[in-house]
Each structure stands twice: as structure tokens, then as C-alpha cells.
Design a protein around this ligand. Structure first.
Ligand code: DMJ
Length: 695
């Protein structure tokens, strides 16, 4: 008992020290700006830094990080700092800024705007506002938004999509999951019942939850499916936001799948230090960014409280250590730009202070050590604490009798959380479930094999397997190579691929000249379809989906599309490439080649077009770049095999990976383009000799 207390004190102190480092860095270098830029040691002021697109919509020039951190100060018992922060908020923060902000982000992080359009993902905050202020308007409007989403569920599957058009109510993305886009909808249905005591929300949650467990949950994975055709997975990767879901399952009393998914996530963090923003079903990186998200810590906290299994303290310990080792910088903690390289990004989002430190501190605290009775509160999606006493502040909302009842065979109906199914501190229960997922990602297998050998059970052999192809899904970089004079193949931009359209790794595409689409976003009818015929269209990212733009431009006669990022200052030199995905609908009809350029490369390309009027380009995989010798990669995989065990499809895999490079001239150069480049070079040199001759 004594040693666990000392262990708790040690980690609490460490977490407090880390919090001080992050919070003081914000206050010293950034306040009153919205966020800290921990690499530049200054504040991020919207408009003064390069535009990062949607993520900047959280920044309302209202000292976002200060406000988002207020109740963390209370929970961490920093009451003097809290008082000081409240004074600063009252004295300095203004909401009358002429600036467009994200409704969702402002609601969950600030809740300052009274005239926002109600959003599904807002019921907790708006209901709290109504019950505290006595004015029902906020709760009523937020409830209407929840009702619309419920009405819009797919009646066959009981699933909802991830993006809805708020003007006409049509689903924009019909893929259905529990992560990005929809996470807080499910969370708020459950928590609205807990906070407001209204069973309508519980019925709805239970109906969706049954559907999620039927179609999306494929333990330990949670995979997006099509809402109309839910037996079909729409992608082979998961996003990191779904890491909150095991925590919600704990509240639901459904511990087994929570333990399974959490264990899977833990193994991904063992492999990559943090959860990458997206990772494949084989636990490889799909998108390597990690903006210090708290969801994994959140689920770890809930699982520890539900099971009492000290295993989850170890998980928390690893989160603390990894943050200190891989994210701590002199001016705070920096997001990781790519978990594969460990490079940092100049951002520390406010949720890091609002959520991460709360969940970590709570994990290592006994209830009696906290300044408040934590059981009297419910966490919002941003980990802000709302008192459950609000449910009695006002009678529950009217019950809608036409609501379907939860499935009768559902053990958990009308339980929230279920006392029968929340497991009383029984660590062995969790361990039994985890054990079957222990070496899911391969991490830890080698140690297992060698400990077996030490017992003299197996003889070990080192086996090498050689292949030419990568063993996992990767973002295959493309290039946009400028072929016509004066570029002559010398100007090359790295571009991102798409999951749909021509597969340029398998099918070559000839040289085409480029032309800007009108409108540039290609989100409305194409006005210059006649001119676009036979050209590769340039289209600005944003306003509608990549697939919608591609379809429209293909119909208009474009032979390909180069999308250009709308976020100012982005570049392939410092932003990891990603793969454009479809809109959840079949994309087989899109057959033209597609490539994505970050804005710096896009600006150079459009400037070239303005200057030279005719710019011919070639789209091809980077490894096939014209005029480059290509090192061929051989993947040689060594593994330890038990004697006599050489069966194909062996699952005990990689312990060591070597890459041998074999220099070999690329024999697959594009002849059409190569001869065009030669021709152009000849024309160009004759032009230089005789400047008067016409081309
Ligand atoms: C937070 O702002 C909230 O948790 C939100 O619901 C989604 N995730 C971010 C942090 O990852």
C-alpha cells in the first residue's frame, strides 16, 4: 500500500511539473494569444502566421488556451493560479472580434457565443447554460440539432454518416465510424442522458451503439463502414480520435471491447511512441502527425477506474515518459509532425492543457486527494467538468413517445452506467481479455521468443525473406514534372496521390498542358469546360470533397486534376504527404489521374502558368521520375523461426529489417515524355541560336 502511494505521489509530482512547464510557457511567451508556438517561443496570432486552414478556426482572438485551461487549474489544486487566470479572463478577454470561428471548437473550448447555430456535437454545454441561466432557449435549440441527426440516421442500419450538409440535410460523407467527424455525437447522446436524465438520449444512444457493435466494431478494430451498406468497410485505416471510444464504452459498462480496443491502441503507441493521426489495420502509419491528443489518456483513465488493474497505471506512465522524451521542448510541448521521424511541429493545442493533464493527474490520484468530488461531475468532450446536479435543476425535457425503445435483448438498456456490468475492481478480468491481443502489432514478440529459448524449449534459426514490394500500405509519392520549355523536366514537385482515379503506379499517363478550373475550387458548374478539354485541370482544395471536384472536372473534359492546397504556406518539405480519399461513395467512375500539391508548390506552378501560358506536365510516381537513376529497394526481412517452422504466412515476423540499395537505371522511363524533352531541348537550343525564329 505504501509503495503504491509513493508511486502515485511520484507521478503526480511529475505531471504537475510538466503542467507547469506547459502552462507557464503559454503564459510567459504566448498570452494573450490563443495558442503557444512552442518552437518559436511566441504566441500564435491568427492572421499574423501562415494560414493553416480549418485548424485555425479554433483561434478567436480570445486567449483560447487560458480559458480552456481554467478548470484544469482547479483540478490540479492550483487555486492561486486559477484566481489569477479568472481575473485575466475578466480583464482581458473580449468576444466582439470580427472573425469567423468554428462553432464546434468554440462551444467545447470556450462557450462564449450565444448566437451560434446549434450543433449536435453542443447539447451538454447549451443545456448547462440553460439550466444555470434559467433561459431554456439554448437547450431547446441544441436539442433540435440532436433531433435532426436522429431523424437523418439510416433506418436500415441505424448508423449516421460523418459529414452532413446543414443547409439541405443531405449526408455529404456516408461513411460511418466512431472517430473523426462523429465522435462527439455518440459521446453526447450518452452523456446528455447522464447529465440531463432524459431517457430519449439513452434510447438513441443504445440504438446507435447496437449498430456500432454490429457493424463498426471488429474487435479490436473499429472500422468505418458505409451507412447504407454497413457490411462493407470503406477504408483500411483508423483515425486517432476514435481512441476516446473505449472510455465511452466503460461508461456504458461494456468493458470487454473497451479493453480490447485500448490494448490495440497501446500497442500502436509502443510501436510509434504516440498514436499517429491515422494508422492502418496492420498498425502501420497512414498519416504520421500527432498533435498531442488526449483521447488515449482519457480511455486509460476510465479503464483504470473501472478495473483497478495497475496495468493501466503503467500505460499512463508510458504516456508521461513519451511526452517528456519526444514532445518536450524548452518552451512547452510540441506536437509531433511525423511519428516516424519524430520531427516537431510549432503547435501546442489548447486541448493539451484542458484534457491531457486532467486525465493523467486523475489517473494517479485517489478521489480523496482531489479538491472536488469527481463523481459529482461529467466530462464534456473537451474534459470540462459539468455538475450532474444539473439534472435536478430543472425537470427533464419532454419525452417523445414516438421514439423507438432500445432493443429488448440489449442487456444494457436503460443502464447508465450499468451497475451490473461495471466490473468491480477485478484486474485479472482485464488481463485475460488483453492477453489474446498482446502481440497484435508484433511489438514484444522477439522478447517472448528469446525467453522461450532460454527455457530450452526451442532452437532458433535466423530466416531472411526478400521481396521487392513494400509489405504494407504506404502513401506512394507522385511528382508533377514540368516538361515544356523553359523547364525541360528540371522542375519537379512532390505530390500526394489519391485512393481513386488512375493508379499511376500501374498505368502511365501522357504529357498534358495544365489549365485552371473556373471556378477554381471546382465546387460548382465548370464555366470553362470548352477550354479545359484535353487539359489537366488545376483546382483549389476546399469547399467540397476531392471526389466531387474530380467528377465534375472529368465530366467537363479534363484529362487529369492537380489539386492545390488552400492552406497558405504548406509545402511538401515540411508537411507529410497524405492520400486523398473518396467521399464514402463508390469512386470507380473517376478514371483520370489525380495529384495533390501543397500550396507553395501550387503557387510556383500557377505562377509558371501565368508567365508561360503553356505548361506541359507529366504526372507519375516519384520513383519513375524522368532522367533519374532509381535505387531499387529490396525489403529483406529477418525473423527468428522455431526449428522446422517455415510455413508460409508465418505470423511471428520482423525483428530486424535491413534495406539494401541496388543502383540500377530505371528502364521504365516514359518514352513519349523523354522524346518530348529531347525535342524541346533541341527547339530551345535552336531558339537560343536564332532568337528571331518562331517556335
Ligand atoms: C478535443 O478538442 C476534443 O476532445 C474534441 O472532442 C475532439 N478532440 C480534441 C482533441 O483531440
Amino acid at each position: 500500500m505504501l509503495h503504491i502511494l509513493i508511486y502515485f505521489i511520484f507521478f503526480r509530482d511529475q505531471i504537475l511539473e510538466m503542467f507547469d512547464h506547459a502552462y507557464n510557457s503559454y503564459m510567459d511567451y504566448a498570452y494573450p494569444a490563443d495558442e503557444l508556438m512552442p518552437l518559436s517561443c511566441r504566441g500564435r496570432v491568427r492572421g499574423l502566421e501562415p494560414n493553416r486552414g480549418d485548424i485555425d478556426d479554433s483561434l478567436g482572438k480570445f486567449s483560447l488556451t487560458l480559458i480552456d485551461t481554467l478548470d484544469t487549474l482547479v483540478l490540479l489544486n492550483k487555486l492561486d493560479e486559477f484566481e489569477e487566470a479568472v481575473k485575466k479572463t475578466v480583464r482581458d478577454v473580449r468576444f466582439d472580434n470580427d472573425i469567423v470561428v468554428s462553432v464546434f471548437e468554440t462551444n467545447i473550448r470556450v462557450l462564449g457565443y450565444m448566437r451560434m447555430i446549434p450543433h449536435c456535437t453542443m447539447i451538454l454545454e447549451f443545456a448547462a447554460l440553460s439550466r444555470l441561466s434559467g433561459d431554456p432557449i439554448f437547450e431547446e435549440n441544441a436539442r433540435k440539432a440532436m433531433d435532426v441527426l436522429w431523424e437523418k440516421r439510416q433506418r436500415g442500419s441505424d448508423l449516421v454518416g460523418t459529414v452532413i450538409n446543414i443547409h439541405n440535410g443531405d449526408w455529404v460523407r456516408r461513411d460511418s465510424g466512431v472517430g473523426a467527424g462523429i465522435d462527439s455525437y455518440y459521446e453526447y447522446l450518452m452523456k446528455a442522458y447522464i447529465l440531463l436524465g432524459d431517457k430519449v438520449y439513452l434510447n438513441r444512444f443504445n440504438t446507435h451503439y447496437s449498430a456500432i457493435m454490429k457493424y463498426i466494431s471488429q474487435p479490436p478494430l473499429l472500422l468505418n463502414v458505409h451507412m447504407h451498406n454497413p457490411t462493407v468497410n470503406v477504408r483500411s485505416w483508423m483515425d486517432s480520435l476514435l481512441a476516446f471510444f473505449p472510455g465511452l464504452q466503460v461508461l456504458r459498462g461494456d468493458l470487454k471491447p473497451a479493453i480490447e480496443t485500448h490494448e490495440m491502441l497501446y500497442q500502436v503507441t509502443k510501436q510509434h511512441n504516440f498514436l499517429p493521426e491515422a494508422f492502418t489495420t496492420e498498425f502501420r502509419v497512414h498519416w504520421g502527425q500527432h498533435p498531442l491528443r488526449p483521447e488515449f489518456a482519457e480511455s486509460t483513465y476510465f479503464l483504470y477506474k473501472a478495473t483497478g488493474d495497475p496495468y493501466y497505471l503503467k500505460v499512463g506512465q508510458s504516456i508521461v515518459e513519451k511526452l517528456n522524451t519526444h514532445a518536450r521542448v524548452p518552451c512547452g510541448f510540441a506536437a509531433v509532425q511525423d511519428v516516424r521521424t519524430g520531427t516537431h511541429e510549432d503547435r501546442m493545442d489548447s486541448f493539451f492543457l484542458a484534457e491531457m493533464f486532467k486525465y493523467l493527474y486523475l489517473l494517479f490520484s485517489e478521489k480523496s486527494q482531489l479538491p472536488i468530488n469527481i463523481d459529482d461531475y461529467i466530462f464534456t468532450t473537451e474534459a470540462h467538468l459539468l455538475p450532474v446536479s444539473l439534472s435536478t435543476t430543472q425537470p427533464p425535457c419532454h419525452t417523445n413517445n414516438t421514439e423507438p425503445q432500445a432493443h429488448e435483448d440489449d442487456l444494457f438498456s436503460y443502464s447508465c452506467p450499468s451497475a451490473q456490468t461495471l466490473f468491480p475492481n477485478n484486474p485479472t478480468f482485464a488481463k485475460t481479455i488483453r492477453d489474446s491481443y498482446k502481440y497484435l502489432t508484433g511489438v514484444g514478440r522477439a522478447q517472448q521468443a528469446s525467453s522461450d529459448s532460454q527455457k530450452g524449449v526451442y532452437k532458433l534459426k535466423l530466416v531472411a525473406e526478400v521481396s521487392h514490394t513494400p509489405e504494407h500500405e504506404e502513401v506512394v509519392p507522385l511528382i508533377v514534372q514540368l516538361i515544356s520549355p523553359p523547364f525541360l523536366g528540371q522542375t519537379v514537385f512532390t505530390a500526394g496521390p489519391a485512393k481513386f482515379g488512375t493508379d499511376l503506379t500501374k498505368q502511365q499517363h501522357g504529357v498534358s498542358s495544365i489549365m485552371k478550373s473556373v471556378p477554381y475550387t471546382a465546387c460548382g458548374p465548370i464555366e470553362n469546360a470548352v477550354e479545359l478539354q484535353g487539359h489537366i485541370a488545376l483546382a483549389l482544395r476546399g469547399d467540397c470533397m476531392f471526389a466531387a471536384k474530380a467528377r465534375r472536372l472529368q465530366e467537363a473534359g479534363a484529362t487529369g486534376v492537380i489539386f492545390i492546397d488552400h492552406r497558405e504556406g504548406s509545402s511538401s518539405a515540411d508537411t507529410p504527404l497524405f492520400q486523398m480519399v473518396g467521399d464514402g461513395e463508390p469512386t470507380d467512375d473517376i478514371t483520370v489521374p489525380l495529384a495533390f500539391l501543397f500550396s507553395k508548390e501550387g503557387a510556383t506552378l500557377t505562377a509558371a502558368l501565368e508567365e508561360h501560358h503553356n505548361v506541359d506536365v507529366l504526372l507519375l510516381p516519384k520513383e519513375k521520375q524522368l532522367g533519374k537513376e532509381k535505387p531499387e529497394k529490396l525489403n529483406i526481412k529477418f525473423r527468428l523461426a522455431k526449428e522446422g517452422e517455415l510455413a508460409e504466412g508465418e505470423t511471428e515476423s520482423t525483428t530486424i529489417q535491413l534495406v539494401l540499395e541496388q543502383s540500377e537505371t530505371d528502364t521504365e522511363t516514359n518514352n513519349e515524355a523523354a522524346s518530348l524533352m529531347r525535342e524541346n531541348q533541341e527547339t530551345c537550343s535552336s531558339l537560343q541560336k536564332d532568337p528571331e525564329s518562331s517556335p
